[in-house]
Write a protein that binds this ligand. Sequence first.
Ligand code: NAD
Ligand code: DAU
Length: 354
Amino acid sequence: MGSLPLLSWGFAYTLRPVRILVTGGAGFIGSEYVRMLLGAPGGDAARVPAVAPTAVTVLDVLTYSGNLANLAPVAEDPRLRFVQRDICDPAVVDEVVPGHDVIVHFAAESHVDRSIDGAAPFVTTNVLGTQNLLDAALRHGTSRFVHVSTDEVYGSIAEGSWTEDWPLAPNSPYSASKAGSDLLALAYHRTHGMDVVVTRCSNNYGPYQFPEKVVPLFVTNLLDGGTVPLYGDGGNIRDWLHVHDHCRGIALVQEKGRAGEVYHIGGGTELTNLELTGRLIEACGASWDQVVPVADRKGHDRRYSLDISKVSSELGYAPSIDLERGLAQTVQWYRDNRAWWEPLKAGTKPLIAP
Ligand code: NAD
Ligand code: DAU
């Protein structure tokens, strides 16, 4: 097939036909990636993807956080195929991986508090599932494997920012399992010469985030006039990034990242949880009376901070949505989409897209 020149993000890209396998594509970030790749309606210029896929397969087992409703805006796109299967099943992965040029691997158990309650699914999916996918990609000669990871693999940093060569020192079972998967992915590059790139991102917020993470939990509770549980002294610091900017960064890495390299994707907007809570209260028209201090998370990392100079200088990445605009848009989305989140909070997720 020929290639198609397109003007995107202010410079010319030559789009190649590409078949992409997205694991975890029914989750929060994976579904944004799929909607972006397929050009879901309602976006602005920054939504133009770097890659024009001829086919996108979503491989997702639909755990509690996976939701076909997240793919509703692109459900009719003939390029999209959905496979409801487990990445930990070697037979499944062996059948699904062939025929794809690129794997973008989002599928994971992703919530720190759940990993404190029980680490087993985190090790199974995040470590063994990743190894299973890497083996299949190796066997079938997949051209590129994009492993989506997190800043949490570095632990906690009091001052300054992590660079990509920083030693890994994860503190929670979640981050330890992600660190294990990162090291495996990089080992497959080193050992087998596989084309692997790893991204490590800071805290995402935006539409379609499962209402257990702090932003959607607080927003939905505040909108309902309820209370929100603030852990410890509220002084823990996170760097917030809109999910769409994360996905733009991943698309750049998928397209132009160097094999065997790690790239940070961050927002440059560090807030204490108290500061974040204040912004959410204001955006929701709520009050500080709704904030209830509760016991701290066990092993709670104090601060995350990524140095993003590598991805900026090498690949031209910069976040495009500032926090004020992004939070306002996100709160509005939760106001407008009660039908999406109320069943999730009630524990009655619909099994098919509405
Ligand atoms: P999520 O929990 O919303 O989505 C995870 C998706 O993976 C779900 O659709 C789930 O059904 C699927 N999944 C889980 N186990 C599976 C399995 N065994 N087989 C197939 N599918 C399975 O998570 P998210 O917030 O979208 O995170 C996606 C990725 O991004 C994760 O790898 C996470 O570590 C990473 N990440 C997240 C953030 C963040 O702020 N949320 C930041 C940096 C990196
Ligand atoms: O940094 C990237 C990581 O960000 C991702 O790898 C994880 O998948 C993602 O879940 C997120 O991890 P965090 O633990 O930082 O996110 P969470 O939303 O759970 O918590 C953010 C901060 O808010 C953290 O300091 C704990 C605090 N918190 C969280 C919840 C759920 C509260 O104070 N109260 C809460 O109820």
